[in-house]
Ligand binder design. Sequence first.
Ligand code: DC
Length: 234
Amino acid sequence: MKQKIIIAIDGHASCGKSTLARQLASKLGYIYVDSGAMYRAVTLYFLENGIDYRNKGQMLSALKNINISFQHNEKNEMPETLLNGKIVEKEIRSMKISAEVSPVSAIKEVREFLVAQQQQMGIHKGLTMDGRDIGTVVFPHAELKIFLTSNETIRAERRFIELHKKGIDATLEEVIHNLESRDYEDSHRVASPLFKAGDAIELDNTYLSEEQQLEFALNLVNEKISELEKIISE
Ligand code: DC
């Protein structure tokens, strides 16, 4: 049996991380985890339940009532996020959640709560996870780390098209503004800011198709697995 590894994919908002992580998992028969969906689900819980997340006591007791899970949607072949057993895939992608998720994900205790669950998911390896701190904090020893980058205008256009496909209302200006502010906040927060891990491979996908991006990453995976298998057989 082939050696299983952990693939950590980080980068700014909307640069295609989830697409790459999902496609890689499907090719390799790995589990795929969208860590951003977990921060979005916590944000949704806080908003729906009127939790003042700046109030530490209130925020901590709210965390105890949050259960996040994933399932595979057979119809569209996509993963979907569940919050306390209810599918919230569309709700967590709304502009309202996008506007609130950065301050929520900057809270140290929220990160500790989710990072522990993310690390548990990788215990048997054979996993791709995308986010902001996957190669730096969640899996600092991941066998393969990819840091994705992409031109800002292209990212905003991609996100705009994706939201409209999902039936979510937003203007291009709103999308651009949200990406800019989230990128700034996610990179400048004190708790686990977004940065490229020293041993991550940078991939700029501005001029790559999804197929080219996947092929590039699959080559990296195969190289890494061959390397590991060679070490084990020696
Ligand atoms: O991947 P995304 O754009 O759906 O993530 C939503 C927000 O969640 C993002 O702006 C920052 C936060 N996030 C994080 O802080 N750490 C992660 N590993 C993933 C997401």
